[in-house]
Design a protein around this ligand. Structure first.
Ligand code: SF4
Length: 79
């Protein structure tokens, strides 16, 4: 399981999450930040500081947000 960054990040790109992640698993993509689901330790620190509430625990994603987990996997797979 992992935390996942969703659509509101696209207009914000605030990056507070990057500063607080204890395992450095958040990186900037072309249009939003992404969390590496293989490294995330589910601490929730990023979710607490996101100013636009873009970050959700994987199991709490709405069906229409699940694409963002796939986007994150693809982002880190293609690097
Ligand atoms: Fe990093 Fe914790 Fe957020 Fe996972 S839940 S991305 S480990 S700050």
């Amino acid at each position: 399981m992992a935390f996942v960054i969703t659509a509101p990040c696209r207009n914000e790109l605030a990056a507070e999450c990057v500063e607080v992640c204890p395992v450095d698993c958040i990186e900037k993509g072309d249009d939003q930040y992404y969390i590496d689901p293989d490294i995330c330790i589910d601490c929730g620190a990023c979710q607490a500081v996101c100013p636009v509430e873009a970050i959700f625990y994987e199991e709490d994603l709405r069906p229409d947000e699940e694409v963002f987990l796939e986007k994150a996997k693809e982002f880190f797979r293609s690097r």
